[in-house]
Every structure is written in structure tokens, then in C-alpha cells.
Design a protein around this ligand. Structure first.
Ligand code: JAH
Length: 253
């Protein structure tokens, strides 16, 4: 899968992308990430990428010409056939389902704005999609672009290696993850739950499911609406709801 990223600070993105899982995925040829410096496509002596807003009001706005030139140089014939995603707080909210949908594409382009915003013509005549990674304002679209690339790339077969399949984690089941433990069995007096040391795979699976349900119920009850729940999951949730309504619990923390 290929990603083309248009940014004013390619070096800031490079270090992250070339490390660890994404670095290995690129080395293995599973993912190709091309970073394009928007400033290299300015034509004036001062390499200007921003300007004052029409209508006043202060702040600076990213100019359209270098962004269009950068995208056209990078995409060439692919322009018009590849999704061009603008990272913006005004976009559609990025979720695991959006990541799954993008992972079906063979090629994505990402525009990272800076300053107080981008000229509206970038949004209307270059971007095909607008994505927000959450309701907060950053100094630019680079961190959101890294988030999107990370979430999408790890869904590509082979990127996580043979061990971690992407299907088992939070948000793929629609529930939060159960607690994880590794050696040692006791650390500073804090023990690993006995069931995980028991070797009883059915008991382990039941415990993990109950923990996932409990965590989701306590921390993110909004997620329960979209989760795939079995009859016994619903019975467990009814027990948790009864308990929350004031019934005595069974001695759990
Ligand atoms: C800020 C350009 N959804 C998070 C997000 C995405 C983009 C930006 N901020 C937050 C942003 C300034 C300029 C983009």
C-alpha cells in the first residue's frame, strides 16, 4: 500500500515512520510512504506557504498554489483516482471502521495543513475526504496523518508479523481489551490473577470476556451499542447493571 503525504515538516514525520513496526513494513515492501515537502513547490524568493486571510481577522492561512503543485507532482496520473484526505478538526471522525475502509485502498494521499487553517479551495477542489482524529486543535495535520497511517498500515496482512493479528484488540471486537499480564507472577507484592496461571483455557477465555465487558461497561458504555454480544454477554451485563444499581457485589475490586 502506498501513502503520499504533503507536509511542511517531512523530517518531523520521517523519524516516526521509519521506526519499529512501520519501518519494518516499509523495509519489507508492504508499505511505501512518500513524504513530499510542500515548501519545495513554492515559486517565490521567500518560499512563502501562508498568507493573511481575506476579510481580515488575523492569523495566517495556508496558500493553495504550493499544495496543489505538490499534490500534482506526486500523484500525476493517479490524481482523481486516489483518495486525497485532508486532516482537519472539521472532518468525519476517524474510527476503527474508517481505518478498515481505508485499508482496502491500494493508494492514499494525505494533506497536512499548518497555521490557522488552509485555503478553502484545498478542501473543495483537491481533497476528496476530510478526517478528524478527535475533538481538539493541534498545530498541524501531521500527527493526525501519522495516526491514520499507523492505524491503517497495521491492518495490512503481514505488517504486524506472524504473532499479532489485528483482529483481537480493542475496537475490532467493539469492546475494550481485557487486562494483560506477563512474567513475573508476583511483582512488588502484586500478583497475576490465578486463573491466568491455571492452564485452563476455557476459564481464561471466560475471565477475559467478563473483564472486557466490565471495562467497557464502566469506562465506555457508549461502545456497548455497537458491540457483537452473545446471550451470555448480555446476561453478564445485566449482572453488572444490577450491581451498579446498588445490589451487593461479589467481592470484586
Ligand atoms: C490544526 C491544520 N482532528 C485533530 C486535528 C487535525 C488537524 C488539525 N488539528 C487537529 C490542524 C491546525 C492546522 C490542521
Amino acid at each position: 500500500m502506498r501513502f503520499d503525504v504533503f507536509t511542511l515538516i517531512p523530517a518531523a514525520m520521517r523519524a516516526y515512520l521509519d521506526a519499529s513496526v512501520l519501518g519494518k513494513a516499509q523495509a519489507a515492501g508492504l508499505v511505501e510512504i512518500r513524504l513530499h515537502d510542500i515548501r519545495a513547490h513554492t515559486t517565490d524568493r521567500h518560499h512563502t506557504t501562508d498568507d493573511t486571510p481575506y476579510g481580515g481577522g488575523g492569523g495566517m492561512v495556508m496558500k493553495p498554489e504550493p499544495v496543489f503543485a505538490c499534490a500534482e507532482a506526486a500523484l500525476g496520473e493517479a490524481m482523481g483516482r486516489v483518495p486525497v484526505i485532508l486532516l482537519t478538526p472539521q472532518g468525519r471522525v476517524f474510527t476503527q471502521q474508517v481505518a478498515r475502509d481505508f485499508a482496502r485502498e491500494s493508494h492514499l494521499a494525505l494533506i497536512c495543513g499548518r497555521y490557522e487553517g488552509v485555503d478553502e479551495r484545498i478542501r473543495t477542489h483537491l481533497a476528496t475526504d476530510e478526517i478528524s482524529v478527535g475533538d481538539y486543535v493541534l498545530t498541524g495535520g501531521e500527527l493526525p496523518a501519522l495516526i491514520l497511517i499507523d492505524a491503517v498500515a497495521r491492518l495490512i496482512p503481514g505488517v504486524l508479523g506472524d504473532e499479532g493479528a489485528a483482529g483481537d484488540d480493542s475496537h475490532s471486537s467493539g469492546l475494550l481489551e481485557y487486562p494483560h499480564y506477563t512474567r513475573p507472577p508476583e511483582f512488588r507484592g502484586w500478583s497475576v490473577p490465578e486463573v491466568l496461571l491455571s492452564g485452563d483455557h476455557a476459564r481464561v477465555a471466560a475471565w477475559r470476556r467478563e473483564q472486557s465487558l466490565r471495562r467497557t461497561f464502566e469506562r465506555r458504555p457508549d461502545l456497548l451499542d455497537g458491540a457483537a454480544l452473545s446471550r451470555s454477554d448480555r446476561e453478564e451485563l445485566d449482572r453488572l447493571r444490577g450491581r451498579a444499581a446498588g445490589e451487593p457485589d461479589e467481592g470484586h475490586a
